[in-house]
Ligand binder design. Structure first.
Ligand code: AMP
Length: 257
């Protein structure tokens, strides 16, 4: 567990870390479903002003828009299994081609298999080799060519279960509630706009069990992969949101040190 701390992210200037041109670079948030990766990725995005790249969100966006990719992914997602590496890698490759990743980015929910991790490692190695050759002179000092740092979050199983099965979302404003920890004021409608809340199809208990099984079998080895490469740390996810954010900020700064 990480014990070092920095002041809360709230009220701090976006784009700063230690305060002097800190380049966050690529950051991986690892951990089981329900550990808080999405929440923390948003907090880091607000703090550093770098994008959150959530493969789950990108896939759900394709499902909502009814794209071919979305139609192919939906059944797999609803069953709690993983979408194929080739689909997900291509989606991430596209996203990493956008200009806003130059200072760094937070990968949330990717990589989830060793194949995805190998693919990412190769992409990043190619990018920094090109930067080293100064082929891409402008990118040379860019955060996107820094080696990846990986932060794995941990939370006890019973808490994961309640975080996932209790999660409800407002389809209108996207605000997230939890019927156990953060319920809406009235019944199951949004406090802000009164819209009935919905539950993600893959957040029901049976599907959660499959997601956790997929995590143990396919994603836990990814955590070990990054542990063995160094620039890796674990953070206790069973604390207040702000406290976890502070721990992650301190961890990334230390790993970049
Ligand atoms: P998440 O919102 O990260 O929990 O992802 C929801 C679902 O999207 C997962 O249960 C998978 O079916 C799919 N998914 C998200 N990210 C990946 C990934 N990196 N590889 C394969 N499937 C993914």
């Amino acid at each position: 567990m990480v014990t070092a701390s920095v002041p809360s992210h709230q009220g701090m200037q976006a784009g700063t870390g230690t305060g002097v041109n800190f380049l966050p670079g690529p950051i991986l948030l690892l951990g089981a479903p329900g550990v808080g990766k999405g929440t923390q990725a948003k907090a880091l995005r607000a703090h550093w002003g770098i994008p959150q790249i959530s493969t789950g969100d990108l896939l759900r966006d394709n499902v909502v828009r009814g794209t071919e990719l979305g139609r192919a992914a939906k059944l797999v997602m609803d069953s709690g299994e993983l979408v194929s590496d080739s689909i997900v890698n291509a989606m991430v490759a596209n996203r990493l081609g956008e200009a806003d990743v130059r200072q760094g980015y937070i990968l949330d929910g990717f990589p989830r298999t060793l194949n995805q991790a190998d693919w990412l490692d190769e992409q990043l190695a190619t990018e920094s080799a090109l930067a080293g050759l100064e082929v891409h002179a402008e990118q040379f000092r860019a955060g996107s060519t820094l080696p990846v740092v990986a932060v794995a979050m941990q939370v006890p199983y019973t808490l994961l279960l309640r975080r996932i099965t209790g999660r409800r979302t407002c389809p209108a404003c996207k605000r997230i509630y939890n019927i156990y920890f953060q319920p809406p004021a009235y019944d199951l409608v949004c406090d802000i706009d009164g819209t009935p809340l919905t539950q993600r199809a893959d957040d029901v208990e049976e599907v959660f069990a499959e997601r956790l099984r997929a995590y143990e079998e396919l994603t836990a080895p990814v955590v070990e992969h990054y542990r063995s490469l160094g620039r890796f740390a674990e953070v206790d996810g069973d604390q207040t949101v702000d406290r976890v954010t502070s721990d992650i900020l301190a961890t990334v700064q230390r790993l970049r040190g």
